[in-house]
Design a protein around this ligand. Structure first.
Ligand SMILES: Nc1ncnc2c1ncn2[C@@H]1O[C@H](COP(=O)(O)OP(=O)(O)OP(=O)(O)O)[C@@H](O)[C@H]1O
Length: 644
């Protein structure tokens, strides 16, 4: 029976976070989770039975403690025969030793249950995700796999913890009650009522805890879904100064998660009541009734001590820990298993929405999160073109940078001038510091040594909004947010004045930028500038790059740094986009990952870890064996058939 698919993991979020997380009625059953758990445990039932058998022996002290202490008191210490009393206590010590040995022998059986369980679950989750991707139009949703394998680990840890503690505690509880019944039926009668009431209240509370826990898991998943694209494009978020925009996209999910956590914590406080009702109350009643019970000959003094022992050392801790562990871990386990059960039931793909079907984890029935608010808090910080008095040449003097005070510097003593309107390519082996340099040149990381000046003004002296308006970085992973295509492309443009003529001009500028970088076909497919991007993760990495390139092309930036910003495009599309930036007014710095990018530049900067060389392609081929090696490697890679 197919359960609801992870394709639609979330209820429909509305404006109120608490309401958005309400679980739909058909989702309330945890039967799917129970079936999944049974399917996982069934092949290991022998190991489980062996672990349970050892638990019975582990419960020996709980069963015997009260009776042995009663005997020690009545027949030993109170009868003036301390030796006999000590012998009874010795019997209790022996029972505790047997318990320790049983615990030691039980553990391998427990491990035989829980360790393979994790492997089976991971296999099922990954298989279901790949099956879904193979039968649909989207690549495997790696974020979902990460999220789900985290849930698998949760399940493994919870099953282990529950089997380890609750199994023993449950046995102790039963053993303490059985021991009390054997020792003294009147005492057992006093305890029976409150314990039964406590267990009934616990059963009722469990339903609430489960609902709250499920709401929390859903809130966690919503937050992950909304936060993943932001985390992936974090550099682009920083480069665009889009912190407020990015936070606005996840804010509702963050608030909903906080509300769900608080609601669960409140429900959890009810567990304390259960211990009070089931263990503390019978103890008080027993102590109050003790004089009449002993006076009437129903109980001996030793039996009262024995009954109190059962309550204090058996029933109370077992009930407390059991309600704690089942109420917290058990509820989490039930909910997490239920989510996994939904996930690993392969389901048909959802029909594509327009030309852009939702990704496997994209909540297709879930309306987009807060539609792209025009940059709220960023309104004041909106980049405005700035006139830098002495032009736009970018000059680094004795530049140095290390990621930590004790770490080896990535950039050392670098002197570099990038002239206004120059087209520079930066090349070097992987990990040499090209991306780090791009962050320094655009002022996104302050250097640890030396300084960078723009038109003679240190970057640190230029206000951040002005800096962002002039210097634009397009990193490898582009940030595209939920909203219209226009919102995305116009993000770095100054706000047009209210008039329709301004809007018209802005649209023309955005369309021209899109055409220049080769994004026009994509934008037409998305529905034009008014088209809504519901789920940015449904776009391919190359499509997101095209949108980020068009956004920066349309911006007023005078210096653009492309840090492998075209790596997901094919060589022809890359050439198209780079040529558009080269033709655009202003300076272009390209972190090159293909020889063609280097060849297109007027000048090349080669980073080799100790020194930085600049020159044309031919200069560097003649002067630098490292550059010749890099070129050879690129040629092999780009034209393997020619053998370089
Ligand atoms: N945030 C960071 N914290 C610490 N070390 C970092 C950080 N970012 C990068 N590094 C390290 O700095 C060095 C240079 O990294 P960088 O990404 O700048 O190199 P790159 O030349 O761009 O590499 P690639 O061509 O592979 O993208 C690497 O050793 C990298 O591990």
């Amino acid at each position: 029976m197919p359960g609801p698919s992870l394709t639609h993991p979330l209820p429909n979020p509305g404006p109120t976070p608490a309401a958005t997380m309400t679980t739909p009625p058909e989702d309330r059953s945890t039967a799917g989770g129970g079936r999944l758990l049974w399917a996982l445990l069934r092949p290991r039932r022998r190991a489980l039975a062996a672990a349970l058998a050892w638990s019975v022996i582990e419960a020996l002290p709980a069963l015997l403690s009260g009776s042995l202490i009663a005997a020690a008191a009545d027949h030993g210490f109170l009868a003036g025969r301390p030796g006999v009393g000590l012998a009874w206590l010795g019997a209790l010590a022996l029972a505790l030793l047997i318990k320790a040995a049983a615990t030691r022998l039980m553990f391998p059986h427990l491990a035989a249950v829980t360790e393979p369980l994790r492997d089976d679950l991971v296999r099922a989750v990954v298989t279901a995700t790949i099956t879904r991707a193979a039968t649909g139009t989207h690549p495997p949703d790696t974020a979902a796999v990460t999220r789900l394998t985290a849930q698998v680990d949760t399940v493994r840890n919870l099953v282990t913890a529950l089997l380890r503690s609750s199994r023993a505690l449950g046995m102790s509880l039963i053993a303490a009650l059985a021991g009390l019944l054997v020792l003294s039926p009147p005492a057992a009668a006093i305890v029976a009522g409150p314990v039964t009431a406590a267990l009934l209240v616990f059963a009722w509370l469990l339903r609430h805890l489960t609902a709250r826990q499920r709401a929390l898991v859903l809130a966690d998943e919503t937050l992950t879904t909304h936060a993943t694209p932001i985390l992936t494009g974090l550099r682009d978020v920083a480069a665009c100064g889009a912190h407020d925009q990015a936070y606005a996209t996840v804010q509702a999910a963050v608030d909903a998660q906080a509300a769900a956590t608080r609601a669960l914590a409140w429900a959890g406080t009810g567990r304390r009541l259960i211990v009070t009702l089931g263990a503390h109350l019978p103890l008080v009643i027993l102590l109050l009734a003790a004089p009449s019970l002993t006076g009437g000959g129903h109980l001996s003094a030793g039996e009262v001590v024995g009954a109190v022992t059962y309550l204090v050392t058996g029933l109370s801790p077992a009930l407390g820990a059991l309600t704690g562990s089942v109420g917290a871990w058990g509820v989490t386990l039930a909910v997490t298993l239920h989510r996994l059960a939904q996930t690993i039931t392969p389901t048909p793909m959802s029909p594509a929405a327009g030309s852009h079907p939702a990704s496997p984890t994209a909540p297709a029935r879930t309306p987009a999160p807060t539609p792209a608010p025009p940059r709220s808090a960023g309104a004041d910080a909106r980049p405005r073109p700035v006139a830098v008095r002495n032009g736009y040449d970018l000059r680094a003097d004795r530049l140095g940078f290390a990621y930590a005070p004790q770490a080896a510097p990535i950039v050392r003593d670098l002197d570099l001038t990038v002239a206004e309107d120059e087209h520079l390519a930066v090349v070097g082996p992987s990990g040499i510091g090209k991306s780090t340099l791009s962050l320094l040149l655009t002022g996104l990381h302050p250097p640890t040594e030396g300084r960078i000046r723009l038109g003679g003004v240190p970057l640190t002296a230029i206000p951040e909004p002005e800096l962002r308006a002039v210097l634009a970085l397009v990193p490898q992973e582009a940030y595209v947010f939920t909203g219209t295509v226009r919102d995305n492309l116009a993000y770095l443009r100054p706000e047009p004045d209210a008039g329709p003529a301004d809007t018209h001009l802005l649209d023309a500028r955005l369309r021209a930028a899109a055409t220049a970088v080769g994004a026009d076909a994509l934008i037409t497919r998305l529905g034009g500038l008014d088209g809504v991007i519901d789920d940015p993760s449904a776009l391919s990495a190359g499509e997101r790059q095209l949108l980020a390139l068009a956004r920066v092309h349309a911006s007023p930036a005078r210096i653009v740094v492309l840090d492998e910003a075209t790596c997901h495009l094919d060589p022809a599309a890359e050439a198209h986009a780079e040529t558009a930036f080269a033709a655009r007014e202003g300076t272009l710095v390209v972190i090159a990952h293909r020889i063609s990018s280097a060849l297109r530049a007027q000048r090349i900067l080669l980073l080799d870890g100790t020194a930085a060389l600049t020159g044309t392609h031919h200069d560097l081929i003649a002067r630098s064996p490292l550059y010749a090696d890099l070129v050879g490697h690129w040629q092999d890679h780009d034209h393997p058939a020619t053998g370089g």
